[in-house]
Design a protein around this ligand. Structure first.
Ligand code: RB5
Length: 149
């Protein structure tokens, strides 16, 4: 499975640790983030990983900034993206099972690396359940389609 990962300056260390850990488990990791800790703007990097996931270059994405909020907001502006900002394992798991989220957003200044690994594990090892959730996710995508300019 190909995992796209992006980050701003706040997420460099977490990106590096998660990437190495994912590669050890056999995932292919594609880096769309900055490798510099110099201040940068999170929308730049969020758009890159979101475009990659939307285009099928990556199967799923991980986006990291200080809180996970800004980069997630940016990701969600790209058509076809459902980016979920999570800081607990239950939400990370159900963002896949119920919401078919395709990008997990993490706050490097909010959670530690072990929690981040736990969330990523939950996110990558659960599948969308479909059924009534497919209707709800479709309703989300219908909002996107209705508001396309
Ligand atoms: C950068 O200082 C910080 O604002 C950014 O990483 C993120 O937390 C924004 O949502």
């Amino acid at each position: 499975m190909k995992i796209g990962i992006a980050n701003d300056h706040a997420g460099v260390e977490m990106k590096n640790e998660l990437s190495a850990w994912l590669q050890e488990q056999g995932y292919e990791v594609i880096n769309y983030g900055t490798d510099s800790t110099e201040s940068t703007d999170y929308p730049i990097w969020g758009e890159k990983v979101a475009n990659a996931v939307a285009a099928g270059e990556a199967d799923l994405g991980i986006a990291i900034c200080g809180t996970g909020i800004g980069i997630g907001l940016a990701c969600n502006k790209v058509s076809g993206i459902r980016a979920a900002m999570c800081s607990d394992a239950y939400s990370a798991r159900y963002s896949r099972i119920h919401n078919n989220a395709n990008i997990l957003c993490l706050g490097a200044r909010v959670i530690g690396i072990e929690t981040a690994k736990n969330l990523v594990q939950e996110f990558l090892t659960h599948e969308f359940e479909g059924g009534r959730h497919a209707r709800r996710v479709q309703e989300i995508m219908d909002i996107e389609a209705r508001n396309r300019k």
